[in-house]
Design a protein around this ligand. Structure first.
Ligand SMILES: Cc1ncc(COP(=O)(O)O)c(C=O)c1O
Length: 410
């Protein structure tokens, strides 16, 4: 049995992991087309408009509005729905901070709900528990590209007359019961930031079937004559890249699915490591493939396992924490003077995020999730190497256990 790389052995993989994204000739030509046109701002050009059309067509919806990034997409959707001062918005504790900050930016109060075990998205039961007379919106997140329980969430929204804004930052093209995510709620919001499945470097999009809301979104994003004028525009270079990237999205998602399947098959059964199943009748797009780690079964803290995996040349990072624990939330004072929590229009009383309990999201973030990259720039070789490295660590678990214990003592 070969020696672990953290103990000086040969790593399973010595070459760097393939970078994501890598643009081919079509994107380079699109960038040159914009450069030659001397029109770089969407107010004067057409690339962004064509990208919006293509994005709407792909989703089978009438309206797509491009914006500067995914956070702004969420902010704009909330604003277009009239959610703001004094309102509560239910968001998952297990997401990236942007989902909750979009509510705060609109002067609304994020309320954190727990995760359900199959997709790790919003737990409908906990959403029901968190509803108050002040709740106006629910923001489900298809986290890591696994579609969440939209049927249950939409039914709760109908019962309480709530707006549903899907955060699809990780899930472009994922399918829920045959429908693309982002088309199930009132709004679907996407990020095109560098790491995302559809990557333009930066950028965002809101899709909706609501014509009046789409008009408000158009006005809002570009200095229109509304009460608050903003500039949330996407530039022409991004629009041109987007027009190319939407053409290859399905093919790239298929590569992600094939990579995930290869890795899971090559891994076989390893006690204490199980792939996240996802919900029935969904097709995830694996922003990350999630392996669920059972520290009791493996006997090694997850951090030590991940460190050893990195040493084997398989890049794994863990950076999520339940959002209520981000340093800014316990202080609950974003703009100084306690805003938006101290707003006289907010009738929910003192907001204290120190007492929010989301045990399942806590476990996912603190102990369970190991996020494996399955980006389309990697393939069968990388997936087999990742599986081999995980198996190697599993075979050496006693050695890892000993090293972890002595490190903690030392
Ligand atoms: C779940 C989620 N929502 C929203 C965002 C915000 O997107 P952006 O970085 O484009 O503002 C991100 C990521 O960055 C995210 O991971």
């Amino acid at each position: 049995m070969s020696k672990l790389a953290i103990h000086g052995g040969e790593p399973v993989r010595t070459e760097p992991w393939p970078v994501w994204p890598q643009y081919g000739p079509a994107v380079r030509q699109a960038i040159q087309r914009v450069a030659r046109s001397h029109v770089y701002c969407s107010q004067m050009g057409g690339e962004v408009g064509h990208f919006e059309e293509a994005y709407a067509d792909y989703h089978g919806v009438p309206h797509a509005v491009a914006v500067a990034n995914g956070t702004v997409a969420l902010q704009a959707a909330l604003a277009a729905a009239g959610v703001g001062c004094g309102d509560e918005v239910i968001v998952p504790a297990y997401t990236f901070v942007a989902t909750a900050m979009a509510a705060v930016e609109n002067n609304a109060i994020p309320v954190f709900a727990d995760s359900e075990p199959l997709s790790q998205g919003l737990d409908p039961e906990d959403v029901r528990r968190k509803i108050t007379p002040r709740t106006r919106a629910i923001m489900p997140v298809h986290i890591n590209g696994y579609p969440c329980d939209m049927e249950a969430i939409l039914s709760i929204a109908r019962d309480h007359d709530l707006v549903v804004i899907e955060d699809c930052a990780h899930a472009h093209g994922a399918l829920y019961k045959g429908r693309r995510v982002g088309t199930l709620g009132h709004f679907g919001c996407f990020s095109f930031q560098q790491k995302k499945n559809m990557s333009l470097g930066e950028g965002g999009m809101v899709i909706t079937s609501d014509a009046a809301a789409a008009e408000r979104l158009h006005e809002m994003r570009g200095f229109a004559w509304t009460n608050v004028t903003r500039n949330w525009r996407m530039g022409e270079f991004y629009g041109a890249i987007g027009r190319e990237q939407i053409k290859v999205l399905d093919e790239q998602n298929q590569r992600r699915r094939a990579n995930a399947a290869t890795l899971v098959e090559a891994l076989g059964k390893i006690p204490g490591l199980a792939p996240l199943p996802g919900l029935p009748d969904t097709q995830p797009v694996y922003y990350n493939l999630i392996l669920q780690y059972d520290e009791n079964e493996i006997g090694v803290p997850r951090e030590d396992f991940v460190e050893a995996l990195n040493a084997e040349g398989i890049p794994v990072k863990m950076f999520y924490m339940p959002i209520q624990r981000w340093p800014t939330f316990p202080a609950a004072d974003f703009f100084g003077r306690g805003c938006p929590f101290s707003c006289p229009r907010y009738e929910g009383g003192l907001v204290d995020y120190n007492h929010v309990r989301t045990p399942k999201a806590d476990a996912i973030c603190d102990r369970v999730n190991v996020e494996i990259r399955v980006q389309p720039t990697s393939g069968e070789l990388e997936m087999r190497q990742a599986a081999a490295a995980i198996r190697k660590l599993s075979d050496h678990r006693d050695e890892l256990k000993g090293a972890a214990a002595s490190r903690r003592k030392g």
